[in-house]
Write a protein that binds this ligand. Structure first.
Ligand code: DGL
Length: 261
């Protein structure tokens, strides 16, 4: 089994890419819905959750674990890898490297949670891979929670997003990195704002390719999916159609369940 986890719905954008790339793999998705959002929590709290959920997924038999959350990766993937050095752990980090490589204007922007935005890991990523471009890091308070409400077409939110993006676009950013897995679901709102001035950069496909490289025999399961959540598991399952992921439902062997970790 391949385990994929996030605070809530955001990691489903990564799960979908993995499910497309590995149609026969058995997947388990864990949403820590009792503790979301992670983006405004401190690092010690996020670390505790990552270690608890990661260990839970290993106990359930996962041979690869994907931390489908930029915030959790920034705060805790190193600690988790230290705990389980022999297990392949895939983190999700903002696509700074591809964005810097693709930029023609020499300016890129990263949209992220407050926690990711202030993290040393993002600072290091920028230093290593975006030395030649200017990078604006924009914390987007409340955006992940907005995705959780599934009210994605609220005109007030579109206006808020426009206000966030306008100065970045005016400054010449031509690559806007979606540095939180929840933001992939905001594409329908964000695309018309950036229109033909900038490209939205998301790493879900790259993470899926990494899973293909690591899967080995896990690629050949029964193509099943299990959904687990620390609160409101039925809400997790019910969200699939609103997020354009009804097709994932056909891989479900059982209804989404409550899990304690
Ligand atoms: N989906 C997460 C991320 O990629 C976290 C969102 C949150 O819980 O604040 O950063």
């Amino acid at each position: 089994m391949i385990g994929v986890f996030d605070s809530g719905l955001g990691g489903l954008s990564v799960l979908a890419a993995i499910a497309r790339a590995l149609p026969q793999a058995d997947l388990v998705y864990f949403a820590d819905t009792a503790h979301l959002p992670y983006g405004d929590k401190d690092d010690a709290f996020i670390r505790r959750r990552v270690l608890a959920i990661g260990s839970h997924l290993i106990e359930r038999g996962c041979g690869v674990v994907v931390v489908a959350c930029n915030t959790a990766t920034a705060a805790a993937v190193a600690a988790f890898r230290e705990l389980v050095p022999e297990l392949p752990v895939v983190g999700v980090e903002p696509g700074v490297k591809p964005a810097a490589a693709a930029s023609r204007s020499g300016r890129i922007a990263v949209l992220a949670t407050a926690s990711t935005a202030r993290s040393q890991r993002l600072a290091t990523l920028i230093q290593l891979h975006a030395g030649a471009v200017q990078v604006d890091v924009e914390p987007c308070h409340g955006w992940a929670t907005r995705v959780e409400t599934l009210h994605l077409d609220d005109p007030d939110f579109a206006e808020e997003a426009r206000l966030h993006l306008a100065p970045l676009l005016a400054a010449g950013a031509d690559q806007i990195v979606l540095g939180c897995t929840h933001y992939a679901f905001l594409r329908p709102v964000l695309e018309p704002i950036v229109a033909n001035r900038a490209t939205l950069v998301d790493v879900a496909e790259a993470v899926a390719r990494q899973c293909v490289r690591l899967a080995g025999p896990l690629a050949n399961g029964r193509g099943r999916l299990e959904l687990l959540a620390t609160a409101d598991p039925e809400r997790l399952q019910a969200a699939l159609p609103a997020l354009g992921l009804s097709w994932l439902g056909s891989r479900l062997s059982d209804p989404a369940r409550l899990a304690l970790a």
